[in-house]
Design a protein around this ligand. Structure first.
Ligand SMILES: Cc1cc2nc3c(=O)[nH]c(=O)nc-3n(C[C@H](O)[C@H](O)[C@H](O)COP(=O)(O)O)c2cc1C
Length: 165
């Protein structure tokens, strides 16, 4: 198996764009853009994340023990590009973020935010597999999420396809 073929196959795997955010011990916001985020179970309410062990935000996330998963909406492409391109310490532009009472930064324009406590963490090769135990959620009326597909940000909207019974 060639890794390059695997990479090409994965370009066809569209995934919702999220920004995972936490704070470091000095209270500074830390975070990364992520697509390897999935719901795990309703009982207990939980999420699963695969975070590269080299990600600068990982130590803060593990130490703080809490993080927000901000689901990014269509129309936020430019803000996302800026976030992804910025140095770790200048990713968080104050006007895009607010502090949640649960002591994590939350993205003002997120279509939904899921706040988790860090549960179990496992190492798998280059990645840390983090189970998040959901503390609280908030969401908007919009379900138009931003999707990363074929190396690009794409828009999608519920209602474009068939409704399941
Ligand atoms: C669209 C997109 C999705 C990404 N998804 C993940 C992911 O699921 N897990 C991860 O560890 N890094 C992911 N990354 C990379 C991180 O956002 C980040 O660039 C990387 O961790 C380096 O961060 P650092 O400069 O803070 O160390 C993604 C990047 C982009 C642009």
């Amino acid at each position: 198996m060639q890794v390059e073929d695997f990479r090409h196959a994965l370009r066809r795997l569209g995934a919702a764009v999220t920004i995972v955010a936490t704070v470091d011990r000095d209270g500074m916001p830390r975070g990364l853009m992520m697509t390897a985020v999935m719901s795990l179970s309703f009982e207990p309410p939980s999420m699963l994340l695969a975070i590269n062990r080299s990600a600068s935000a990982l130590p803060a996330l593990l130490e703080h023990g809490r993080f927000s998963i901000n689901l990014i909406g269509a129309g936020e492409e430019e803000a996302c590009r800026n976030f992804a391109a910025a140095a770790p310490e200048s990713r968080f532009q104050a006007d895009h973020w607010e502090q949640h009472p649960d002591r994590v930064p939350i993205y003002r324009n997120a279509i939904a935010t899921i706040i988790c406590d860090v549960g179990d963490v496992q190492t798998f090769g280059t990645h840390a597999i983090v189970r998040g135990l959901v503390r609280s959620t908030r969401y908007t009326h919009s379900t138009d999420c931003l999707v990363y597909l074929d190396g690009r940000f794409c828009r999608t909207a519920a209602g474009d396809g068939l409704q399941l019974p």
